[in-house]
Design a protein around this ligand. Structure first.
Ligand code: GDP
Length: 547
């Protein structure tokens, strides 16, 4: 079997957002319009497709990063869009990091009432670090108080980025009808009864014309700046063609010079299809990003070109249990070079062992496609690997390489877990080992003085989820409580480290973020308080405890 899509028709994207900005709803709509699912779930009904785990359904937040493949047609060509779900909660920034590592571009979703929120800022900075090109979607334009210009302004001011408006909203709040496309200079009106699948393309209404002209002038200027030939044309007062504008904006977006901005309301079925067009038009294909780098077993730098005939290399970015595969392990891979064939052996260069790939699958919203091969630039999952953990490189054993590793910060909060019987103690250890394969960002250790088993995680919610899974999935019978030692004493032995120490302080969506440094020479002194970021207040007790 040969590759079905040429590489330039792949998009590996993530959808990133502050919690509640509408990431899940937008993902759901995308899967609907791409034909991947036929009945849309709503978050409040707990029926959406990307929220796999029971806990997520109950809490209404997305925690795990699942990768789903969908297809979108643009100007007569079919594109494969792999959507890597990124969680929005601050305790799971580690999950965000690992997905950012393997995707080529992202949609940043913002709530039109709030613009850039503290958590969108955190995720945005992470995406900057991984040099991920982004398009912005100002969602919830139907909400009372929705303000497109304010939201765009916060991208400029809070994120220090250059937003370029590609659309204007056609109305707002309960008068939101659709969007104005500033490239085509047309209004797109979405029929809500048809779940937005029918779009009327009409002339821009009189009352929006002046605003549209002004925004288009800015768009053209931004486009012209990306290309010398266009700059000249623009300065001579010649019209740029649609094709020229798109190409120039794509260049600016892929080069991280600008961030195209779109708008709408995922919930009201307005603006999601043009957003999908924008994914194709402006976000990079695997060929538009630099080839992956790594080290050979001799420690030499090596590059793997994004080509099918290059030696195989892939990164494991997510391990999860799939109930529909009789709880077999699914190891999600981003294939960077060469191809992977079902039924062959691969070399795990981090573990230094060979392992057989019996089955390969690709996840769709409603089913799984069995694959015989997976090619450079694509995302797939291997069924039943036993050794690989998140961050491992799989490669051709004759051409070994370790790809750039993902780094995990040290966990910061401890809880104690005490089995109710000796039999449970073994079960706890086994279950925790299993969970650690999926999530390398928590640690387990035994406190020698108290004999307690301690789990350290990135935040309270992170620990809650781990404990919840232990009780539910692994049926461990245990008491959970605070460690018997002072909080400070459990962490002062850490070497020099600087990181984010996170604590939930209030109701949903209110999270604090404080930065602390562990004093290397005076371990008894504990933490040095650096600063507190975010809008959500950091509780005084936490700061006191940390000091
Ligand atoms: P996530 O936390 O970013 O995944 O956000 P969700 O998709 O779970 O959405 C959070 C809440 O906002 C849910 O109650 C959604 O129904 C609602 N929501 C999402 N998109 C929109 C929108 O476009 N307009 C309005 N009014 N509500 C929305």
């Amino acid at each position: 079997m040969a590759r079905e899509f040429p590489l330039e028709r792949y998009r590996n994207i993530g959808i990133m957002a502050h919690i509640d900005a509408g990431k899940t709803t937008t993902t759901e709509r995308i899967l609907f319009y791409t034909g991947a699912i036929h009945k849309m779930g709503e978050v409040h009904e707990g029926t959406t497709t990307t929220d796999w785990m029971v806990q997520e359904r109950e809490r209404g937040i997305t925690i795990t990063s699942a990768a789903i493949s969908a297809f979108w047609e643009r100007e007569g060509h079919r594109y494969r869009v792999n959507i890597i779900d990124t969680p929005g909660h601050v305790d799971f920034t580690i999950e965000v990091e690992r997905s950012l590592r393997v995707l080529d571009g992202a949609i940043a979703v913002f709530d039109a009432v709030n613009g850039v929120e503290p958590q969108s800022e955190t995720v945005w900075r992470q995406a900057d670090r991984y040099k991920v090109p982004r398009i912005c979607f100002i969602n919830k334009m139907d909400r009372v108080g929705a303000d497109f210009e304010m939201s765009v302004g916060t991208i400029r001011e809070k994120l220090g980025a250059r937003p370029v408006r590609m659309q204007l909203p056609l109305g707002a709040e309960d008068k939101l009808k659709g969007v104005i496309d500033l490239v085509r200079m047309k209004a797109l009106v979405f029929q809500e009864q048809e779940q937005g699948s029918k779009v009327d393309i009409v002339e821009i209404p009189e009352e929006f014309q002046a605003a549209a002209d002004a925004a288009r002038a800015e768009l053209l200027e931004a486009a012209a700046e990306q290309d010398d030939a266009l700059t000249e044309k623009f300065l001579e007062g010649q019209e740029l063609t649609e094709e020229e504008v798109r190409r120039a904006i794509r260049k600016g977006c892929v080069g991280l010079k600008l961030f195209p901005v779109f708008c709408g309301s995922a919930f009201r079925h307005k603006g999601v299809q043009p957003l999908l067009d924008a994914v194709i038009d402006y976000l990079p294909s695997p060929l538009d990003v630099p080839p992956i780098q790594g080290k050979t077993p001799k420690g030499e730098d090596a590059v793997r070109e994004t080509r099918d005939d290059a030696p195989f290399s892939a990164l494991a970015f997510k391990i999860m249990n799939d109930p529909s595969f009789s709880s077999q392990t699914l190891t999600f891979l981003r294939v960077y070079s060469g191809k992977l064939e079902a039924g062959t052996a691969v070399w795990n260069s981090v573990k230094g062992k060979r392992e057989r790939v019996s089955r390969l699958v690709q996840m769709r919203a409603d089913k799984k496609d069995e694959l015989t091969e997976c090619y450079a630039g694509d995302i797939c999952a291997v069924v039943g690997l036993k050794l690989a953990t998140t961050g491992d490189t799989l490669c051709d054993d004759k051409q070994q390489i370790v790809l750039e590793r993902m780094e995990f910060p040290e966990p910061v909060i401890d809880i104690a877990i005490e089995p109710k019987s000796t039999a449970d103690q073994d079960k706890i250890i086994q279950s925790l080992q299993r969970l650690a394969m999926e999530d390398p960002s928590f640690r387990v250790r035994t406190n020698e003085e108290t004999g307690q088993t301690l789990i350290a995680g990135m935040g309270e919610l992170h620990l809650e989820i781990i404990v919840d899974r232990l009780l539910r999935e692994f049926k461990v019978d245990a008491n959970i409580g605070k460690p018997q030692v002072a909080y400070r004493e459990t962490v002062t032995t850490t070497q020099t480290a600087e990181g984010k120490y996170i604590r939930q302080t209030g109701g949903k969506g209110q999270y604090g973020h404080i930065s602390l440094r562990v004093s290397p020479n005076e371990p008894g002194k504990g933490f040095e308080f650096l600063n507190s970021i975010t809008g959500g207040a950091v509780s005084k007790e936490f700061v006191d405890a940390a000091r």
